[in-house]
Design a protein around this ligand. Sequence first.
Ligand SMILES: Nc1nc2c(c(=O)[nH]1)N[C@H]1C(S)=C(S)[C@@H](COP(=O)(O)O)O[C@H]1N2
Ligand SMILES: [Mo]
Length: 176
Amino acid sequence: MDDYGSLADALAFGPPVTVDGPDRVAVTEARLADFEITTEAVEIICATGSSYTADWTGPTVGSLLDAAGVAPDTTHLLVESADEYAVTIPIREALGGVLAFLKDGVPIGAHQEYTNRLVTPGTEGARDIKGAARIEPLTLEPGEDPEALENLFPEGERFTANRVEHDADETADRSP
Ligand SMILES: Nc1nc2c(c(=O)[nH]1)N[C@H]1C(S)=C(S)[C@@H](COP(=O)(O)O)O[C@H]1N2
Ligand SMILES: [Mo]
């Protein structure tokens, strides 16, 4: 991106996302230049069958992990949200992802109570987590189940669907 204007605003507005690692990173406006900023078209596909594609802009997951000095034997990322939703994403998939602060060029926080979204091409919508607060690299053994670390059904208010036609499904069955 040539113009970091609205991305810088969005970063400044949101609570920082922390990326754990030897050089723990807090994603803030001041650190914007340390990351590779990109825009990816990613489709959000819900288990209920509805889907849509948007352009998502923010630091690449790869540049965040590099800045945090994350170990090369990392197998998954555990990503936790402010609504206590939590997902694990295999590292190979996650590396194609973006910690987006803009959706179709507009700060996500302008229309939602959260300001970012970690979107990954090829991942089911349930793992395109809204309002990421912490990203923790994991090195799991072959027998360990990454899904056992997830929380797709937190108690209380969730950051559920943005779209009207989606909302009824999500509220009815709380489908991940
Ligand atoms: N933090 C958080 N992220 C979340 C959810 C949630 O409840 N909390 N729901 C997930 C599910 S099941 C889907 S299908 C998508 C819906 O995204 P949309 O509202 O953009 O359609 O967000 C995902 N990300
Ligand atoms: Mo979903």
